[in-house]
Design a protein around this ligand. Structure first.
Ligand SMILES: [Zn+2]
Ligand SMILES: [Zn+2]
Length: 169
């Protein structure tokens, strides 16, 4: 979903999205510029009926239909699940539910939650995602790394320590 740019009397600009109030919040993926779009992917469970609505700039958003945009994790999910682009571009509101169903059936998580086992696991996840964003997404390295960091969440503070006793006696 696109947002509208509004010129403010003080000379600044704000972004007005049809689903939200005026906001100059930065893109949640690169953090570099004010967001211009919200992710249109539907949520599951308690939040069913709502959309992901992550804030994105033009560069980080994947435009899949006339007024339909996906955040990087959801763009990846629909790619991984091979959701046909005709479904994504279908203006009917149900099209996104169909896309969600296809992801579910393909076993592709659409609410990615990453729980690193330890610092090394976290580092590996972050490096892998950064490489995906850089080489497959065509983003500059710095941007790819920021996007990967957003996905990885905070670094674990302590390395995971395995059980002292493995249970063998
Ligand atoms: Zn961005
Ligand atoms: Zn999303």
């Amino acid at each position: 979903m696109g947002c509208e740019r509004i010129d403010l009397p003080d000379g600044g600009t704000a972004i007005l999205c049809s689903r939200g109030a005026k906001s100059r919040a930065k893109c949640q993926f690169c953090g570099l510029v004010v967001h211009t779009k919200l992710c249109d992917f539907p949520l599951l469970g308690k939040k069913a009926g709502k959309t992901c609505s992550k804030k994105m700039c033009d560069r980080c958003a994947a435009k899949v239909g006339d007024d339909r945009d996906l955040c990087p994790p959801h763009a990846k999910a629909v790619r991984d699940a091979a959701v046909p682009s005709s479904v994504l571009a279908d203006p009917h509101p149900f099209a996104m539910s169909v896309a969600l169903d296809i992801c579910e059936q393909a076993g592709i998580a659409t609410a990615p939650a990453f729980h690193p086992r330890d610092r090394a696991d976290w580092d590996e996840f972050r490096r892998e995602r950064a490489a995906i964003f850089e080489y497959l997404g065509g983003h500059p390295r710095e941007l790819a790394e920021r996007m990967a960091l957003e996905l990885s969440g905070p670094a674990p503070r302590y390395a995971h320590v395995g059980p002292l006793f493995s249970g063998a006696r």
